[in-house]
Design a protein around this ligand. Sequence first.
Ligand code: BDR
Ligand code: CA
Length: 338
Amino acid sequence: MKIILDLDTGIDDALAIAYCLGSPDAELIGITGTYGNVTVEQGVKNSRVLLSVLGYPDIPVIPGRDRPWGRGPASPFSPSEASSFIHGSNGLGGVEVNEYVAAEDELLGGEATEESSCVTSTEDGKDISGESAMAFYRDAVQRYGDDLTIVPTGALTTVAEAMKLYEDVTNARIVLMGGALTVPGNVSAVAEANISQDPDAADYVFRHGTNVTMVGLDVTLQTLLTKAHTHQWREQGTRAGKLYAEIVDYYIGAYATTSPYLGGYGLHDPLAVAVALDPSLVTFYDTNLKVDCGGRTIGDEQRMQDPVKRTHVALAVDATQFVEELMVRVGNLFGRAG
Ligand code: BDR
Ligand code: CA
């Protein structure tokens, strides 16, 4: 399966990249950058440096729309204090990846490798129109049809805009992380973070997408990672594994402060990738969703009679199976990346 990830890279987004690259049944053909945990510019930079460390520097990373619908040049997006607390000021738990990699290389007694300076120019991260990302979707949908799945794990502005511009994109299979149907939100009593960033765009995706799967807090908060898992990555002794352990431990610490009752951190974004590849991990409720202006995902009362249900909402998950899959897949990837 060809996959495009639309990320606000972010710690769990970073793990979504690793899950995808570690999956033999997936081919990551590109990443588009959205905003949420961080700005588009920072997220694009984070995605690029992680792809390099993981051994895939040539996968394209294309900046998307950098602010919600209706916001003009005078209102740039900036992450909330809560996002910066959970993901760190740079989105990767404050870990400066290049410095980390250089220090590791020195420890190993080698010269700094190419990966030590793997961040490429971020100049193109400044495209606020996001048009090349939308054209990337259009071309991929035309080229790959049903073999393609788009996995958005941040604000849905770029995906919605692409659907508006190119009708073909409305027929793409979309498996998104976002929303909460049967549980409270995580930024308000009813709203989940990704949906709340641009409720209008999310509403557009639910109304116009013909094949949308929602992987929301209903299931992602049932799938947890703990320090016992990141310990295994450290023990593996690879640079990539140790780097990811460092980044994810920050996130686990933040979650211990904000949601101590969970006992770990919710594997939001990697679960969306996993469901894209293996829908049998979850059980679905099919319905027609809308998003209200408070960012709540809820059934659309005006489409109750419609026999066609456009959204498949994941409501139950085999958490044990998923976490096992994650450990195997990212473990293999870290081993390969070295
Ligand atoms: C979602 O919000 C972001 O913080 C995470 O990366 C995830 O995509 C969880 O609500
Ligand atoms: Ca995300």
